[in-house]
Design a protein around this ligand. Structure first.
Ligand SMILES: Nc1nc2c(c(=O)[nH]1)N[C@H]1C(S)=C(S)[C@@H](COP(=O)(O)OP(=O)(O)OC[C@H]3O[C@@H](n4cnc5c(=O)[nH]c(N)nc54)[C@H](O)[C@@H]3O)O[C@H]1N2
Ligand SMILES: Nc1nc2c(c(=O)[nH]1)N[C@H]1C(S)=C(S)[C@@H](COP(=O)(O)OP(=O)(O)OC[C@H]3O[C@@H](n4cnc5c(=O)[nH]c(N)nc54)[C@H](O)[C@@H]3O)O[C@H]1N2
Ligand code: SF4
Ligand SMILES: [Mo]
Length: 764
């Protein structure tokens, strides 16, 4: 293993900081202002460049924006972080990225393996811990079969780690119970792309922002969640006056406040808007009929259909028929449909307001469909774009097929041909991979609850805090033999673990991250991990040996796994064989397809001259499906199972704030970030608060049919009545105890965005 020697690749120093760069580091111009207003210790960030002795190209480990950064080091420690000017993010990073220098030193790092003994965690050696885990896994498999085992991973593991875990469990232990937090996040986006294009991952790139005239931001809050993207949109607008930003969000989010038009839809109803826009586009002659004729196919409930049938289907969704339920007037719907279709280039950007819905797949299909109907696709600036949450949900999990129904590069567990291909590439006997898809995330925790799953390896995720209906699933984990690989000793999940394994984080290990625009970037090792912490790859390799699968998991270092995986990809449309380690070290990321070492990577997919898989003379070709057409499916609106009633007259919606990452295990331990966001609170409207005699700062009890939590309320004048918002970063609030766990029937992603609740003033 290359665990001991940092693989440093110094670069030249960045130019000295100037004001704009400082603002970039603050998370976009607007974010800088917000941070200043929030009393953010802004001087913290003004470490002048030059205090560092050497600089290293790296990648931020937080969000799916995947910012390329420079890490400044002195005397073996990280002293500075800057955005990399040659990166796709053009030097821009946000507050979380700029605080990465503090990450390795957060309090409470786990430095030794721990084993639960009579209810107490006691320190153990690696040999003791790994022998115990391997022994228990074998015992469970022998007594109950391989499907009593499971792996629950993360879009924050490196590609080499997810790939190895997937291979070990599916081809070694022979269970497809491999799932992870991308199921809670990107599953609906992936299901949408596969349904429409036959292949996952977006056709366009961030670069499209520089060409778009209309930004259709739908169920996303990039001002807080992807600040450099929103800054790029604002820059486009500053340079190009016609650019127009529409934001569709029931909440007046920070992004909505900065948009030209905010459509505050009734929570959970926005498929009505997309269907109505399609109706208007076809009715008012705004469709690109030549494009439709050449490139699209239609289906209704699995049966082949046509454009005429689609028009008829949409008759139920005229603006007049949807306006009352949607909460947006018919004229405004028409106006938006016309703007979308008529813009020179329209770009849609969407995230969890769309994916985390029981109609998440349908919403994704319709967002892609609006672009197809109008020909707003495969041109600079014209593209549907699902923005990704985690730094490696795309590269590490979707592309490697590390979900329970998938095999690498878009192949399916249930498809015999796909299994045979993968068995051949992995060099295992035919019939090794089980034909039965494993459990998706929610089902996996239910299987722990009722004993179908008896032992699980959980890596780089904190489901006790991030799963919906979290009390239920925390109890389920406590019943199971759970092995948790973590960087801190006291995450909510670590508290339930049978065995805790200390993990190296970010630049304490090496690996590839694949962000949201098909771009793969290398993170090189710059620091040694504390104590006995080891990389997740090392843990998987050592476990494989003890489970008798050392022959299968031959590649043991990140570089060796990457070589195997790069060649594997050549047998698919995900081909990135041209991304050698050497290129990834030199270049600030490459976008696949990238089949050869001299290929520059693909900015626009399905476009001739850019995408190497498009046939000569085709212009645009949706080659992902056999008929080489994109598929439009009819998507009837189905109301959410969570409906407001007299008993629970409000919706709780949940999400994120700028300075905090997910369950807060990292960002809550960095003073500047914790100070900036403060503790998590329930944001309530003035009307709802007054009705219940609640003032800002009061404790309230919020109850759903899943549970009750008590937390502080903050009245927000701009909050719509009937809606509450809370972020889930605070272990003292644990809002997911009340969040509903209904899933989308196709993607199996939970509907975090809608829970019917009541609240009342609570006593201290
Ligand atoms: N600061 C920060 N940034 C992050 C993360 C983080 O933890 N912190 N996490 C990363 C990850 S993994 C992810 S997945 C992304 C998430 O990024 P986003 O999806 O942008 O963020 P969320 O806050 O989850 O939700 C987005 C919006 O959905 C809206 N919404 C709720 N219900 C509905 C609805 O019915 N319709 C519509 N149209 N909108 C609705 C909410 O009001 C919210 O403003 O962020 C990534 N970036
Ligand atoms: N209410 C509500 N809940 C949600 C959502 C929502 O919008 N609302 N969003 C969902 C979404 S989109 C997502 S992506 C999930 C995220 O949910 P989680 O993945 O559970 O949240 P994280 O805090 O990112 O958990 C990562 C864990 O890995 C640890 N860690 C960090 N680096 C490493 C490493 O290198 N190795 C190992 N082994 N451990 C490491 C961290 O300390 C942390 O405990 O939350 C979901 N839950
Ligand atoms: S958190 Fe996201 S936006 Fe912020 S620096 Fe990191 S990758 Fe960039
Ligand atoms: Mo996510």
């Amino acid at each position: 293993m290359d665990e001991t020697q940092p693989t440093k690749q110094p670069e030249t120093a960045p130019e000295s900081p100037y004001r704009r760069e400082f603002l970039w580091a603050m998370g976009g111009l607007g974010a800088a202002t917000a941070a200043a207003l929030a009393g953010w210790g802004s001087l913290e960030l003004m470490v002048p460049a030059g205090t560092a002795d050497d600089w290293h190209k790296s990648t931020c480990r937080f969000c799916g924006n995947g910012c390329t950064i420079r890490v400044g080091m002195r005397d073996g420690a990280i002293v500075d972080i800057r955005g990399h000017e040659s990166g796709h993010n053009q030097g821009v990073i946000c507050v979380k990225g700029s605080m990465l220098r503090a990450l390795p030193h957060i309090e409470g790092r786990l430095t030794k393996p721990m084993i639960r003994n009579n209810g107490r965690m006691v320190e153990a050696s690696w040999d003791e811990a790994l022998d115990l885990v391997a022994g228990k896994f074998k015992e469970v498999r022998d007594a109950h079969g391989p499907d009593a085992l499971a792996f629950y991973g993360s879009g924050q593991l490196y590609t080499e780690e997810s790939y190895t875990a997937n291979k070990l469990f599916k081809a070694g232990l022979r269970t497809n119970n491999v799932d992870g937090n991308p199921r809670l996040c990107m599953a609906s986006a992936a299901a949408g792309y596969v349904s429409v294009f036959g292949k996952d991952e977006p056709p366009g790139s961030y670069e499209d922002i520089d060409h778009a005239d209309l930004f259709f931001i739908f169920g996303a809050n990039p001002y807080e969640c992807h600040p450099p993207l929103f800054e790029r949109i604002q820059r486009r607008k500053a340079l190009h006056r016609e650019a127009f930003i529409i934001c569709v969000d029931p909440r007046r989010s920070e992004t909505a406040k900065r948009s030209d038009l905010h459509l505050p839809v009734v929570p959970g109803t926005d498929l009505l808007l997309l269907n109505a826009m399609a109706q208007v586009i076809l009715h008012d002659g705004l469709a690109d009929l030549a494009f439709i004729d050449k490139h699209l196919a239609f289906q209704n409930a699995g049966q082949s259909a046509d454009l005429a049938a689609f028009r008829t289907f949409l008759q139920d969704y005229t603006p007049e028929k949807v306006e009352a339920r949607l909460g947006i007037g018919a004229d405004l719907i028409r106006h938006v449909a016309h703007r979308f279709a008529r813009a020179r280039a329209s770009m849609s950007l969407w995230t969890m307001g769309v994916n985390q819905r029981t109609q998440g797949t349908a919403l994704n299909i319709m967002l892609n469909t609006l672009h197809l109907l109008t020909g707003q696709i495969c041109r600079p600036g014209a593209t549907p774009f699902s923005v990704t949450g985690q730094p490696n949900a795309c590269g590490g999990v979707r592309d490697t097929g590390s979900l329970s129904h998938l095999l690498p590069n878009g192949r399916l567990v249930a498809n015999a041909e796909h299994r045979a291909e993968v068995e051949k590439l992995w060099g295992v006997p035919a019939g090794t991979i089980s034909p039965k898809p494993g459990h998706h995330a929610v089902e996996l925790f239910r299987a722990m609850e009722d004993g179908r799953v008896k032992a699980a390896l959980i890596m780089c995720t904190n489901p006790a805090q991030s799963m919906p209906d979290s009390d239920r699933y925390t109890a389920a984990m406590a019943k199971c033999f759970t092995v948790v690989s973590e960087i801190v000793a006291d995450s909510e999940t670590a508290k339930t673990a049978s065995v805790l394994l200390p993990a190296a984080l970010w630049v304490e290990k090496e690996g590839v991250l694949g962000q949201g625009e098909r771009r793969y970037q290398l993170v090189e090792k710059l620091l040694d991990p504390p104590g006995e912490a080891r990389s997740d790859l090392w843990i998987l390799v050592e476990l494989a040996k003890r489970l008798g699968h050392g022959d299968l998991i031959k590649a043991q270092t990140a570089a060796e796994v990457w070589e195997e995986w790069r060649h594997f990809s050549a047998h698919s449309y995900y081909n990135f064989e041209g991304m050698t380690r050497d290129r990834l070290q030199r270049e600030p990321g490459l976008q696949w397809p990238c089949p050869t070492e001299d290929h520059p990577g693909t900015v626009r997919r399905y476009v001739e001259g850019d995408d190497p898989f498009v046939s000569a003379g085709a212009g645009v070709q949706f080659y992902g499906r056999k008929d080489k057409r994109a598929m439009v499916s009819f998507c009837p609106y189905v109301p959410s199972p969570e409906q407001r009633s007299d008993e629970r007259p409000l919706y709780l919606t949940t999400g994120r704030v700028l300075e905090q990452w997910h369950t807060g295990t990292m960002t809550q331990r960095i003073d500047e970030l914790r100070g900036a966001s403060g503790p998590a609170r329930f944001i309530v409207s003035e009307v709802d608060a007054r009705q219940r005699g609640v003032e800002s700062g009061d404790l309230i009890a919020v109850a759903s049919r899943f549970g009750e939590v008590v937390g502080r309320a903050v009245i927000d004048r701009e909050m719509r009545p009937g809606l509450l918002f809370a972020a889930f970063y605070d272990a003292k609030l644990l809002v997911n105890r009340v969040v509903a766990d209904h899933v989308d029937p196709v993607s199996r992603e939970p509907e975090y965005k809608l829970t019917a609740v009541q609240f009342r003033k609570a006593e201290a």
